[in-house]
Design a protein around this ligand. Structure first.
Ligand code: COA
Ligand code: AMP
Length: 633
């Protein structure tokens, strides 16, 4: 067994040798010419010249290896009272048919397909069917509104949309089809066709000539074989929040992704093929892409597709029930899920009703994991709880405790150390390396490892400007934090105006754009304030136009509805307040960080550059009016 240090050192000293070794676990139709193409820095490509197919790696190869009867996917849906198992053969056959149906409708290599679906097995088949054809999928999370869907449709111009009549939340049915129809109405690049899964809980109208019923399409479909694509071809585009209302289409390539994700299953998560691996997330997020769909299936594990919540479906014992019933070895979710469970069952009494059997470890990511939650989970579960840090951009961990290599001591508050392939540095504003324990911009030395994003869809300049320019030779993660003496990473905050609500990444800039479009609003700011359940929650501040005499409460209600309507319920935007003025620097920059400190009841220093310090008292007062800014005595 090699030590973690040794493995990490080798990955940096000889990245080509290291990743070429890892690539042996993947099936290639043609081997690569170069492991790392470094001919055009700061742009790097992995496995140039190689050809493979991700769906072949995820399904067909396991069937061909005689493991077709093994369970590939368990669909567990407490909201519809369903549990269904799919073997690798069944999943391959269904996926091949769906791919055939898509091909018959003109979808081929390089075409884009939007998937706007709830957590049902068909959504996973949809992703894999795209991969089978070499088509590029873009999954849009169900909690986004029509406008967000339209923005994504226009950015990637899909030929086809795969959707469902509805999603099912704990307390309500969410009709997806009206949102899809509205999005297509708004979009300029209208897709030619939609295939819609009719769910019995709420069926929908289909538009003649454009929409087709999923079941009917599948009934006549012929299976389609896997199309080998270049390792550097795009597997998917996943949109994530940037600093403006225009989301960024993170591009994932095919070869590097297959290699890194397959490697991670053994080395980070310590899973063996055939074991049950459960990522309680949603396919709309990167965690869902990587660890509900691609990694577990490429590795030959069994994945769980869970359509439910940690609490309320039916209670805070939901996760323990799933672990027991399906013999889950490893669970991956966001800390917010554990905060929700803890809030409902602080003493972990419900745990006593279940036998967690061979459950080995809990992995958490998506937001900063507060030590309190980590320690609670560790104590109640009696298993290691591993915080790991990653981003949509990177596709897999930047920092983790690689249980399959060597379990390092856990330091609550830290996602442990940079994983193999990542050389992390903390830099000051002049790009100088900072001393251990000092907070700065966390950056990764280029090249980033395989599986990380090579560009933004249709926006190479934005890619370069946002991530590569400020610190030449480095990837700027957008996170601030520090490294300690042992090389442990501590991720403390974002350096931009992105906030993290229940593990969901949101742009306050996008919310500000919505507030600013209200006819009575002259100026506004949105900040993320601390929340004990969701980590952060957005709060809006509005300065009204002169002469507006309507009650503030009415305007607040309207902007709350506008954000829900334009961005979606996932924004969880429920609080806003009217203020006479916004605090600004003399050069006119809104002092969002100070406003956040006031809202969180932290002590703060009045910034030296402030235009008028009395405005901070006004902000304090307004926040107290909505129950925030309660300073510790
Ligand atoms: N389709 C439609 N609406 C959705 C949705 C979906 N797929 N997912 C969430 N929503 C809605 C919710 O119903 C809620 O609506 P509401 O304002 O009417 O109540 C809103 O979006 C906000 O959702 P969320 O922030 O998730 O809050 P919640 O109260 O529904 O659940 C948690 C809170 C903590 C239980 C939940 O966020 C959770 O399980 N998180 C952990 C797992 C995870 O999502 N990880 C992501 C990255 S790993
Ligand atoms: P997303 O792209 O939605 O996965 O969000 C990525 C962002 O979430 C990161 O840039 C961090 O700000 C935050 N994040 C994810 N995982 C962690 C973690 N383990 N610790 C601290 N922050 C995290």
């Amino acid at each position: 067994m090699v030590s973690f240090d040794e493995m990490h050192r080798r990955s940096l000293e000889d990245p080509e040798g290291f990743w070429a070794g890892a690539a042996e676990a993947v099936h290639w139709h043609e081997r690569w010419d170069r492991v790392l193409d470094a001919s055009d820095p700061p742009y790097y490509r992995w496995f140039s010249g190689g050809k493979l197919n991700t769906c072949y790696n995820a399904l067909d190869r396991h069937v061909k290896a005689g493991r077709g009867d093994q369970t590939a996917l368990i669909y567990d849906s407490p909201v519809t009272d369903t549990v269904r198992h799919y073997s690798y053969s069944q999943l391959r056959d269904e996926t091949a048919k769906l791919a055939g149906a898509m091909a018959a409708r003109g979808v081929g290599k390089g075409d884009r397909v939007i998937i706007y679906m709830p957590m049902v097995p068909e959504a996973i088949m949809a992703m894999l069917a795209c991969a089978r054809l070499g088509a590029i999928h873009s999954v849009v999370f169900g909690g986004f509104a029509a406008n967000e869907l339209a923005t994504r449709i226009d950015d990637c111009a899909p030929k086809l949309v795969l959707s469902a009549s509805c999603g099912i939340e704990a307390a309500r049915i969410v009709p997806y089809k009206p949102l899809l129809d509205a999005a297509i109405m708004m979009a300029v690049h209208k897709p030619e066709r939609c295939i819609v899964l009719q769910r019995p809980q709420e069926r929908c109208e289909l538009m003649a000539g454009r929409d087709e019923d999923w079941a009917e399409v599948m009934a006549t479909a012929e299976p389609h074989d896997c199309v080998p694509v270049a390792a550097t071809d795009t597997l998917y585009v996943l949109y994530t929040s940037g600093t403006t209302g225009q989301p960024k289409g993170i591009v994932r390539d095919t070869g590097g992704h297959a290699v890194a994700l397959t490697w991670s299953m053994r080395h980070i998560y310590d899973i063996k093929p055939g074991e049950v691996y459960w990522a309680a997330s949603d396919i709309g997020w990167v965690v869902g892409h990587s660890y509900i769909v691609y990694a577990p299936l490429m590795y030959g594990a069994t994945t769980v597709v869970y359509e439910g919540k940690p609490v309320g479906t039916p209670d805070a014992g939901a996760f323990w029930r799933v672990i027991q019933q399906h013999k889950v070895a490893t669970l991956f979710t966001a800390p917010t899920a554990f905060r929700a469970i803890r809030q409902q069952d602080p003493n972990g009494e419900l745990l006593r009703d279940y036998d967690l059997g061979d459950f080995r470890a809990l992995f958490l990511a998506g937001e900063r994991c507060d030590p309190d939650t980590l320690e609670w989970a560790q104590e109640k579960l009696g298993r290691p709880v591993i915080d790991h840090w990653w981003q949509t951009e990177t596709g897999w961990s930047i920092a983790a405790n690689c249980l399959g290599v060597e379990a390092l001591p856990i330091k609550p508050g830290s996602p442990t150390r940079a994983v193999p392939g990542w050389d992390l540095k903390v830099l000051d504003t002049d790009g100088r390396e900072m001393a251990p324990g000092t907070i700065g911009a966390i950056c990764g030395k280029l090249p980033m490892p395989p599986g990380t994003f090579p560009t933004i869809w249709g926006a190479k300049e934005r890619y370069s400007k946002t991530y590569l320019r400020e610190y030449p030779g480095y990837y700027q993660t957008g996170d601030a934090g520090y490294l300690d003496e042992d090389g442990y990473v501590f991720v403390m905050a974002r350096t931009d105006d992105i906030i993290n609500v229940a593990g969901h990444r949101l742009s306050t800039g996008a919310m500000e754009e919505v507030l600013a479009s209200h006819p009575d609003v002259a100026e506004c700011a949105v900040i993320g304030v601390a929340d004990t359940l969701k980590g952060q929650l957005p709060v809006g501040f509005m300065v009204l136009n002169k002469g507006v005499e309507r009650p503030d409460a009415e305007i607040v209600k309207e902007v709350v509805a506008m954000v829900r309507d334009r961005i979606g319920p996932v924004a969880a935007f429920k609080q806003a307040t009217v203020v006479p003025r916004l605090p600004k620097t003399r050069s006119g920059k809104i002092l969002r960080a100070t406003m956040r400190q006031i809202a969180d009841g932290e002590s703060y220093k009045t910034p030296a550059t402030i235009d008028d310090p009395t405005i901070l008292d006004e902000i304090d007062e307004s926040l107290q009016g909505i129950g925030l800014a309660q300073r510790q005595a």
